[in-house]
Design a binder for this molecule. Structure first.
Ligand code: NAP
Length: 274
């Protein structure tokens, strides 16, 4: 990666206006005196190739969110080992040779969230509900936890089987949510369930005793699943910390220096309350 500043800093998604990333990335940019503004760009899938070509010419860098993480992974000429394992890119830049380059900081973000909720990694039994891009990041992280197993349940059995097949040493396919939950020490929601309403990915009274609860979804006031799991005695957190940590890791990829995570966390907390 070049030491020169990127020409532009963007978030690619569709839709993207709801994202809180601009709030905390711009707070970190101001704090670091970097003369760039992080902009959310709503890019329809059919416009992605042209947009990427333009961004490479502008030596842009940025993040990628739903639904473009797979497509940007395929478009990158260089990817980190983690992005290659997850087959998804959420952070990109243009390197010294002008090549579109990508990493996946969702994996580090998930690991940081696991730390915050007190997950014991060694020998963990992780139940993961959902089998899309976020679940692929979860599989990539858990694969590196010593002796850990991940039980994957997704409503589309073909998609779940395809993901499980990429991680045969770690991931077992579960036939039902109950099957995934049996004996789990950590339960992860990697679906959007609970983002816009109070639906629950799995009923709280079916969570195994003492299981840590990680909801990758975040919304103001936390999700109902996290609130109820905590009330039932579980250590539980929503996806806010993961969002923050993946963003801080991305900042470091772009600028070769750590972001001020305290400033980012305060900006995110203020925006979440609004
Ligand atoms: P994705 O690639 O679209 O995958 C979504 C998964 O959820 C798929 O397995 C999908 O099943 C399943 N699903 C969707 N709606 C469902 C429903 N009503 N009932 C049961 N299953 C359902 O999305 P993603 O990138 O994995 O993201 C998933 C969630 O994680 C999103 O809410 C996203 O905001 C969140 N996320 C948070 C962070 C963070 O930093 N906190 C990072 C990444 C993602 P089908 O395959 O059958 O459609």
């Amino acid at each position: 990666m070049t030491d020169a500043l990127p020409g532009r800093l963007v978030l690619l998604g569709h839709p993207v206006s709801h994202s809180l990333s601009p709030v905390f990335q711009n707070a970190a940019l101001r704090r670091a005196d970097i003369a760039l503004v992080y902009e959310a760009l709503d890019v329809a899938p059919e416009a992605l190739d042209d947009t990427l070509a333009r961004l490479v010419a502008q030596r842009a860098a940025g993040n990628v969110t739903i639904p473009h993480k797979d497509a940007v992974f395929r478009a990158c000429q260089v990817t980190s080992a983690v992005a290659a394992r997850a087959e998804a890119v959420n952070t990109f830049w243009v390197d010294d040779l002008g090549r579109l380059s990508g990493d996946n900081t969702d994996v580090a973000g998930f690991d940081a969230l696991a730390d915050h909720v007190g997950v014991e990694r060694a020998g963990a039994i992780v139940a993961c509900i959902g089998s899309g891009g976020a679940a692929a990041a979860v599989c990539t992280a858990v694969e590196r936890w010593p002796g850990a197993t991940l039980r994957l349940y997704g409503r589309s059995s073909g998609r779940s089987a395809a993901l499980a097949n990429r991680f045969p040493a770690t991931v077992q396919l579960a036939g039902s949510p109950a099957d995934a939950l049996r004996g789990a020490t950590t339960v992860v929601n990697a679906t959007p369930i609970g983002m816009r309403d109070d639906a629950l990915p799995v009923p709280v009274d079916e969570l195994p005793r003492d299981a840590r609860v990680m909801d990758l979804v975040y919304r103001p006031g936390e999700t109902r699943w996290v609130r109820e799991a905590r009330r039932a005695g579980h250590l539980a957190l929503d996806g806010c910390e993961m969002l923050l940590q993946q963003g801080a890791a991305a900042f470091e990829r772009w600028f070769h220096r750590p972001a001020d995570i305290v400033v980012m966390r305060e900006a995110l907390a203020r925006a979440s309350r609004r």
